[in-house]
Write a protein that binds this ligand. Structure first.
Ligand code: NA7
Length: 539
């Protein structure tokens, strides 16, 4: 298909992770001219940057795949139940090679701004602050966890040792041998890296603000026969994932935790703990909506901490009090066990906050900890952070920052589009289910829906599609109403922005699950893209 609008491309995509790669492939297969800009020097998105020790996926490998190509599913074999970062990066490189995607990707390139031009009805996209490219569609595939949160502790530049953030780890790795190491943060990144750093370092001090409920991942190698079986049931597995709530093949609970006797519940929890993965999260269907039901699983995990951790004081410090699952559930390998090592200590920085970083280490309100290396496992300005950073301007000069009032009034239509931002789509955008689900499955749904919309516009000579204000308002309200019925809204987490100092609190996620969302999106498409205003100028 020829580009008829005198633009450089039909579509510009930001990011070459799971989202950007498949969006590129889908649009190119449909005959469009596409360019992807990627800041890194290779494909992979978060899997390019997150090279910290122990970085691993917390969705099972058989689910954490593209499913759009049976060939691809059959050709690639995962080595274990939870793939490591290097293996996932290898997979995405394999995908890029198999579908010859690199020729349309420009690496080492930042999209520094994007502006909708109302005269030409196209986007002007500036890369590296220098060159401007014109494209009919502007599509972001920037992920939900891609802008690092580096708390601005006083004295951060004075530290004489080395500092690293888990999301931007040196390619050559870090040698912890004989070093006194401090890890700030006990989210998924901290919990995955702490046991490994503890094996190498002379001493490891963990600075914990909020303890986490962590469950053994139950990682193990996949054997040939298992891989064969999974591949032979590809269609079934794909359909199960696509029509589930979570985007995985893990069956959800089908009754209340309060229906079972304490003994029966204990047995069910124990079995799920042994199975690992997200089985515990899926034991009962009311864990995320009923505080009493939730407390049963909290108690179960707190008891496990007591059983595993030898020092009772440390065990107490490791026990969370918030509702299980309302911070993203974490999977580990020997996390709690690590605190039984003599070279590991735990510091409660909620009780004694970090006051400053000194030349020698970390100074809390209680004492100074001397360190050679500080690891920031402090997470992300999640969901909205990267989009807000990108200097995006829609119709009438309205910036995305102003539209969302700096993040306090995040509003989208389906998490995919926004009023005042015509011909722009956000893969895994705020108010989509994405980050609460198995990402590749959600990404595929978003990408295919966007591609079909673009093809529809093309076939019907539509130049501009823009989400209507009312549709957007209703969608945001729908997302909020669902969230308010759950326990999620009662916990400080990166879901609601409370992990970042000064970030406005909200809950910009759709909690209705993959299957309901897929149905809503399909109905809207079948209803001639209800909620979008569609305009033609060419005819
Ligand atoms: P998370 O889950 O946001 O964890 C960050 C951790 O860092 C968490 O324990 C935070 O405590 C802690 N933190 C953040 N800022 C500070 C300050 N200023 N002082 C002390 N401690 C702090 O990020 P991850 O990278 O571990 O995981 C992100 C997701 O990536 C994960 O869910 C998976 O989906 C993959 P807090 O809990 O906010 O009190």
């Amino acid at each position: 298909r020829q580009n008829e609008n005198r633009t450089d491309y039909d579509a510009v995509i930001v990011g070459a992770g799971f989202s950007g790669l498949y969006m590129l492939h889908s649009l190119r297969e449909s005959g469009y001219s596409v360019k992807v800009y990627e800041a890194a020097d290779g494909v992979g998105g978060v899997w390019y940057w997150n090279r910290y020790p122990g970085a691993r996926c917390d969705s099972e490998s058989i689910y954490y795949n593209y499913t759009f190509s049976k060939d691809l599913y059959k050709e690639w074999s995962w080595s274990s139940r939870f793939a490591s970062q290097p293996e996932i990066l290898e997979y995405l490189n394999f995908v890029a090679d198999k579908f010859n995607l690199r020729s349309n990707i420009q690496f080492g390139t930042h999209v520094t701004s994007a502006q909708f031009n109302e005269h030409c009805n196209s986007w002007q996209i500036t890369i590296n602050g220098e060159e401007t490219i014109q494209s009919k569609f502007f599509i972001t595939g920037v992920g939900c966890l891609s802008t690092a949160n580096v708390p601005q502790f006083e004295g951060i530049d004075q530290f004489k040792g080395d500092c690293y953030h888990t999301s931007n780890w040196p390619i050559e790795g870090v040698d912890f041998e004989g070093k006194r190491v401090g890890v700030i943060g006990t989210g998924a990144s901290g919990i995955q890296s702490i046991p490994i750093i503890a094996k190498e370092a002379e001493h490891l001090t963990v600075f914990q603000r909020t303890p986490q409920y962590s469950v053994p991942a139950g990682n193990h190698p996949y054997h040939g026969t298992f891989n064969k079986q999974v591949k032979s049931s590809f269609e079934n597995l794909r359909d199960t994932m696509r029509h589930s709530d979570s985007g995985t093949g893990i069956p959800p609970g089908n009754r209340s935790a309060l229906e079972d006797s304490p003994e029966k519940r204990e047995e069910i929890f124990e079995q799920a703990w042994e199975k690992g993965s997200l089985y515990l999260f899926n034991t009962y269907n009311d864990l995320m909506v009923n505080a009493d039901a939730n407390e049963t699983v909290c108690r179960f995990i707190r008891n496990k901490i007591d059983e595993i951790v030898e020092d009772t004081k440390v065990a107490e410090m490791l026990k969370p009090t918030y509702y299980y699952g309302t911070k993203r559930p974490v999977l580990d390998t020997d996390y709690y066990e690590t605190y039984n090592q003599d070279n590991v200590s735990l510091v409660d920085v909620k009780a004694n906050p970090i006051k400053k970083i000194t030349t020698k280490g970390i100074q809390t309100t209680a004492e100074e900890h001397e360190l050679d290396i500080i690891v920031f496992a402090t997470g992300y300005d999640a969901i909205t952070g990267t989009l807000l950073k990108m200097d995006i301007t829609g119709r009438n000069g309205l910036s995305l920052y102003d539209k969302w009032a700096g993040g306090s009034t995040v509003r989208t239509y389906l998490g995919l589009a926004m009023n005042s931002f015509p011909n722009m789509f956000t893969i895994t955008g705020p108010e989509s289910p994405s980050v609460l689900t198995n990402m590749p499955i959600s990404i595929e749904q978003h990408v295919e829906w966007i591609r079909d919309f673009i093809v529809y516009m093309d076939e019907h000579n539509i130049d501009v599609a823009e989400a209507e204000d009312e549709a957007e308002k209703n969608w945001s309200q729908h997302c909020r109403e669902i969230a308010e019925k759950t326990l999620f809204v009662h916990t400080d987490s990166w879901y609601n922005g409370s992990n970042i100092d000064g970030k406005p609190r909200g809950f910009p996620l759709y909690l209705g699950g993959v299957e309901s969302y897929r149905k809503i999106c399909a109905d809207i498409a079948n209803n001639v893209y209800e909620g979008f205003s569609l305009r033609s100028f060419s005819k």
